[in-house]
Ligand binder design. Structure first.
Ligand SMILES: *Cc1c(COP(=O)(O)O)cnc(C)c1O
Length: 383
């Protein structure tokens, strides 16, 4: 028998209360019942985004709303700045290129974080940059970007700040309005503790004005059409009824915890994970580590892919390996969403057992003990 623990940075674990809601008998999406449901979640989701602006909801994965963010705000030939510090920064650039957008990349060594002043100088050097694209938590490298500082640079220009918060929202603080994020994208299967299948995007007044001028082709991800429907508590097409049932419950759970406690819990779990892996003599991959996922360098003489597979297939502990070009070179332990202290302990304990089996010298309990020390010191984060 094997018991499975899902500790990947998406999909994440779904709480039983949410699973129960998702399994409700379906209702039709053109009914007063569904409209009431949508009226509730479209307001409650603003709390997690820390915004007063509308948040559109799409039946798609996060990437759909990323594509919509590009196709709705830009037109062929526009110039944009894209921060590329990992796989998801690359995705912004790839989507932009598909729409004929001229991408000015700011390349960041993977594992490192962009210096906001680089964005300031790129904006100074190039006139008429329509948008700056960033990633809040670059899930592929475990790094968190300083969106607040970038917002200060972009806010007084005509340029939009467009952020991929797909893995960050609900785990890593993002103050959409205060930090002046114009378009903020999220997904259901990460910090929001839901299965995959919903995408969210908040849009500022500044962005709506730009959206009016965009000539890029769009149909399903037409933000104006989606907003028009949402204003009437409707989906433009068939709503993801079951996931919206679940969303109402997950938003209720987040609200009843309170965002401050959600963030404190993620911070403490991230610190415990970092202390744990360091106690084994391992090195972090991220120069500015996020609160939602910890990326660790695989020690020399250990095959990272094999480590990840051993933990998953022999112990049932699903962590993430590295994505290209770091496949086999890093592993990533997620502490995102419906995760508590003993999820971290499970991951670290399994890491000790698996590394020991692979011939890496381990003193059992070192990682676990270090994490417990953090949990003792930070008890208040879990109250
Ligand atoms: C997971 C993730 C995505 C992709 O989301 P999908 O739901 O798979 O489309 C994009 N950006 C980041 C930072 C992610 O972590």
């Amino acid at each position: 028998m094997i018991k499975n623990y899902l500790l990947t940075p998406g999909p994440t674990q779904v709480p039983p209360e949410v699973l129960r809601e998702i399994s409700r008998p379906l209702i039709h999406h053109r009914t007063p019942q569904y409209a009431a449901l949508l009226a509730n979640v479209k307001e409650e989701i603003k709390y997690v985004f820390q915004t007063r602006n509308p948040v559109l909801i799409f039946a798609s994965t996060g990437t759909g709303a990323m594509e919509g963010a590009v196709s709705n705000t830009l037109s062929r030939g526009n110039k944009v700045i894209v921060v590329i510090g990992g796989k998801f920064g690359e995705r912004w650039a790839q989507i932009c290129k598909v729409y004929g957008i001229d991408v000015i990349p700011i390349n960041v060594e993977f594992g490192d974080v962009v210096d906001p002043s680089e964005i300031a100088s790129a904006l100074k050097k190039t006139p008429n940059v329509k948008a700056v694209f960033c990633t809040l938590t670059e899930t592929s490298t475990g790094v968190v970007t300083d969106i607040e500082a970038i917002g200060k640079i972009v806010k007084d220009t005509k340029t939009l700040l467009i952020v991929d918060s797909i893995s960050g929202l609900g785990g890593q603080e993002i103050k959409t309005d205060d930090w002046r994020v114009d378009v903020n994208v999220a997904g259901s299967q990460k910090g929001l503790m839901l299965p995959p299948g919903l995408a969210f995007v908040s849009i500022s007044d500044k962005a709506w004005k730009v959206i009016d001028q965009s000539t890029s082709p769009k149909y399903y991800f037409d933000f104006k059409k989606a907003k028009h429907s949402l204003d009437k508590n409707q989906d433009a097409y068939t709503g993801s009824v079951s996931l919206i049932f679940g969303l109402k419950e997950s938003l209720r759970l987040i609200r009843s915890d309170g965002l401050d406690r959600v963030f404190a819990r993620h911070r403490a779990m991230a610190e415990a994970t970092r202390c744990g892996v360091r106690a084994l003599g391992l090195e972090l991959f991220s120069k500015r580590p996020s609160d939602i996922v910890t990326a660790v360098k695989v020690p020399a003489n250990v095959d990272g892919q094999e480590l990840m597979k051993k933990m998953r297939d022999e112990y049932g502990v699903g962590i993430a390996g590295g994505q290209e070009p770091f496949k086999g070179k890093i592993f990533r332990i997620s502490h995102l969403g419906w995760v508590e202290r003993f999820d971290v302990i499970t991951a670290l304990s399994c890491l000790e057992l698996a590394l020991d089996e692979m011939g890496f010298t381990i003193e059992f309990g070192k990682a676990v003990g270090a994490a417990e020390g953090v949990f003792k010191a930070q008890r208040s984060a879990f109250k």
